[in-house]
Ligand binder design. Sequence first.
Ligand SMILES: [Zn+2]
Length: 164
Amino acid sequence: MDLSSNMRVVVDSVKNKRGTHMSDIDLQAGKINHESEWLAVEDLKSKIQAKMDAGDMKFSNLATALEELNAALENSHTIETKIVIPTADYEKLKALGGEDDDLTCVHKAVMEFIKGGLSSVPEGKKKSIKCARCKAPIEISVDDMPAEIECPECGTVGRLKTSK
Ligand SMILES: [Zn+2]
């Protein structure tokens, strides 16, 4: 299986600076949801043009949608990358992404990572136990559970009974 695929990920970094109303925008497709219809910049422009040609000047909401979409697209960043991962990890990615196409899976993963921030990355969790003899607290790493622990206070060596 060819695991390398060219990815094109558009990060949804859209924040409406006006803050009040935010339309549904699909950055990946470059479309805005306007009155239950997904429209690209060109679609909006032609709709506005059609209204103008017909002498209908009521296109302010179309113009607003166009403005919002343009602002969102200007405020987005396209990541062009090639990701090569082991088959096992690729299978996991597909499973987590709901077996969508590669791009959708990677997009989901990227967004989850961004939302969770770096805190979502496990950074060597510590567990505190107490020395059986002197009750001094001893910090051990959960990821790398040692079989024997020596108390830094009294030097007593204890064994961990926890199973991995
Ligand atoms: Zn001790």
